[in-house]
Ligand binder design. Structure first.
Ligand code: AMP
Ligand code: ZN
Length: 298
């Protein structure tokens, strides 16, 4: 029975698809130099299909390599049952595959969960979106924890759809310095205090990851986060889905175009590196977004 038809019309049965998917991820890692000979990889896991697949494959691919270790980090952001179920799922997964899992939470790191921080912002009549707050705080913890755990690479579950959306959003908003930080390895330069982020699913579409995760019976929820995505990202995602339906490989072409211009973009926006004067984390300005956020809220 066929489980997948590729954009070029090739049909795959279950085993062919699993092989095709894994081969593509291996190629993404190889051709983009995502891994060196010696690495301590920390995979940022949300309990969803993308990061669970990333963790599973990085662990599988590097199993026989003594110089590379793979561990996982889950942040409980505190979105009610959604966070609880994701935590249960990733704990179960890591136990099954014997992968070391580190757990932390917004409450542990900042003293408050996401809903409380959202309420504080509301009280101050700030129109901050949950996704924006959550994204800033997650990035902060991921980098800080990765350094504490002496990780050499931080892996995320970003897939082809996520990247294509980010590229179009940056074009539509003309935010090229942000665009320069995209790509299969994040960051514009090797920066002290910043653990490089890698995206092994960079060329794997959302649909392919969903099929792979379902065929592997990973214990994950397929619903989106209840606080999900800004209306703007959703609009772009819908636009790209329509284009992809009518013009195959649109998302892939968008990502390939970025890869072509990325070296020049990185050169152009290789700005001065700052460190937050309060917490010491890398920062665009004098203080980082996380410290700025809590300063306004307190
Ligand atoms: P998002 O920003 O929610 O689209 O997630 C992007 C990536 O960040 C995911 O693919 C994960 O690798 C990582 N991530 C998201 N949520 C969490 C979480 N709660 N804990 C750890 N990593 C996460
Ligand atoms: Zn700071």
């Amino acid at each position: 029975m066929n489980v997948y038809t590729s954009p070029s019309g090739r049909e795959f049965n279950k085993n062919e698809f699993l092989e095709y998917f894994e081969k593509k991820v291996r190629k993404t890692i190889r051709t983009n130099d995502l891994l060196g000979k010696k690495e301590r990889i920390l995979v940022a896991v949300s309990g969803g299909k993308d990061s669970t697949t990333t963790l599973y494959l990085l662990d599988k691919i590097t199993k026989s390599n003594k110089g590379i270790s793979v561990e996982a980090l889950f942040i409980d952001v505190g979105i009610g049952d959604y966070s609880k179920v994701n935590k249960v799922n990733i704990v179960k997964f890591c136990k099954e595959y014997d992968i070391k899992l580190h757990l932390t939470s917004f409450r542990e790191e900042f003293g408050y969960n996401l809903c409380y921080i959202k309420d504080l912002a509301k009280e101050k009549k700030l129109k901050w979106k949950s996704c924006t707050i959550c994204g800033i705080l997650k990035r902060y913890i991921l980098n800080k924890k990765a350094k504490e755990l002496k990780a050499t690479k931080l892996a995320t579950g970003h897939n082809l759809d996520d990247e294509a959306q980010a590229i179009i959003m940056n074009m539509f908003k003309n935010t090229m310095p942000v665009m320069a930080r995209l790509g299969p390895i994040s960051g514009t330069q090797k920066q002290k205090g910043f653990v490089p982020r890698i995206k092994p699913l960079y060329l794997s579409s959302e649909e392919e990851v969903r099929i792979y995760s379902k065929l592997q019976n990973f214990p994950v929820k397929y619903e989106h986060c209840p606080c999900r995505a800004t209306a703007y990202r959703k609009e772009v995602a819908d636009l790209l889905d329509t284009f992809e339906k009518n013009h195959k490989q649109t998302k892939y072409s968008i990502v390939r175009s970025l890869i072509e211009i990325l070296p020049d973009l990185k050169k152009k926006y290789k700005g001065k590196v700052n460190y937050c004067s309060k917490c010491g984390e890398p920062s665009a300005g004098d203080t980082c977004n996380t410290c700025n956020m809590f300063k306004i809220l307190k």
